[in-house]
Ligand binder design. Sequence first.
Ligand code: SF4
Length: 353
Amino acid sequence: MNVKTDLRDLTYSRLTEYMEGLGLPASRARFVFAWLQRPGTRDFSQMVDVKKEIRAALAEHSVISHLVPAAVEKSRDGTVKFAFSLDQGAAVESVLIPEKGRHTLCVSSQAGCAMGCRFCLTGAMGLCRNLRPGEIVGQVLAVLEYMMGAGVVRTPPRELINNLVFMGMGEPLANYDNLIAALRILMDERGLEFTERRITVSTCGIVPRISDLGRDVRVNLAVSLHAADDETRSRLMPVNRAYGVDDLLDACRSFPLPGKKVILFEYILLKGINDAAGDARRLAEKLQGIPCRINLLPYNVTQSLHYQCPGEEHILQFQKILRDAGYRTFIRSSRGADISAACGQLASTGNKR
Ligand code: SF4
């Protein structure tokens, strides 16, 4: 059986090649691509500025995938979680976070995750499978469609989402080729045109891929650090056994950032594990020379993991040490905790391994 090509998986250059391969004029790829990146496009018949014969040839050999949320949950704080059921038994979640009239969308790059970070529910699930480019872009299109349906209006529609962060389920750099294709599609000026300053890719620290990312596409980088010494970090994050703290921070030092942007280091605070004054001082020392911002994330206590969150005074003291050392340091209260949409809580029950 011939499997039809999903056009939403294709970057503009791949779409052009694909159409040429079918004997179709490459000059029409621009129009087809624009339709594919429009929320609500489901069918070739909607492409009214593309000739009927071209649409018919495309429909014979290809499909246009689209994601529809299987469930939408709203938090008391305005955060909205979208659950998507995918083929091969995979399921992912995306989280829309409104703040001061702006919207940040947190997208998933994998169904589940193989990285096994000890404090993360997604990690506890293991990996189901990588998402295809069209499934990553599809989350953005589905959420835009939802917002438009809810009466939120902005022109062009992409302006509805101010920032895209790859901090949902999965380790983006472990699904590297599909991530890069998705970024190219999302950033393409013929489509959604997200600028480099509006996209952040977060990693747990796959060092060689950080350099690759800096070479292949210009976006913001966030690093889940969570400890500044190898012993603690290896206990919390198995990836650290392959790529230690110093190698990770060296890769950060040479990462090319867009404009005047800085690297975001995320540090989840776990009581009695990485929250001592000495941990804060070590962190300040290790980050020297890296243009950065630090987000401290008080741990979201979940029933299935055994960690605790430090007290408020303790967290403020940790922040003060970093601020006194000259670092822009913020305490980020996680959004959407009541609907399990907060940091480290995404764990769709739909995935089958
Ligand atoms: S924190 Fe990120 S990299 Fe680590 S297990 Fe969770 S999803 Fe994977």
